[in-house]
Design a protein around this ligand. Structure first.
Ligand code: CO
Length: 134
């Protein structure tokens, strides 16, 4: 059911410092920051030959990554995103297998303008999984 690894998302406290790290130290192509108030994050995209890295910085008071950064002071891998061909079919199959979908269970439009869902990390080896419609 799952297809390509779309991205790995890393939560960071200082987006500018992390952008410099990827641009200058690691020599990657780093986008300009994109505030996403509806998701409570500012995102930077890093294009790699075979996938993407996203740096997430908290935006606003109720950012969903604020607690994560309290526990992980240096930042850390927040989630991984797999592509699926049909997000509603994927959701229904997962629910049928007992997996929990975060939030309302309805897909939201994610950072790439495509529908996404998040799966409960307790059901997937302690990893927060994002599914994105390919
Ligand atoms: Co993501």
């Amino acid at each position: 059911m799952i297809g390509r690894l779309n991205h790995v998302a890393i939560a960071v406290k200082d987006l500018m410092a992390s952008m410099r790290l990827y641009r200058e130290t690691l020599g990657a192509a780093v986008s300009e920051p994109l505030p996403q108030p509806e998701h409570g994050v500012t995102v930077v995209f890093i294009e790699l030959p075979n996938t993407k890295i996203e740096l997430l910085e908290p935006l606003g008071e109720a950012s969903p990554i604020a607690k994560f950064l309290e526990k992980n002071a240096d930042g850390g891998i927040h989630h991984i995103c797999y592509e699926v061909d049909d997000i509603l079919a994927a959701r229904d199959r997962l629910i049928g297998q007992g997996a929990r979908i975060l939030g309302s269970g309805e897909p939201k439009i994610g950072a790439h303008g495509k529908p996404v869902l998040f799966l409960h990390p307790k059901d997937f080896n302690g990893t927060l999984i994002e599914l994105e419609q390919a």
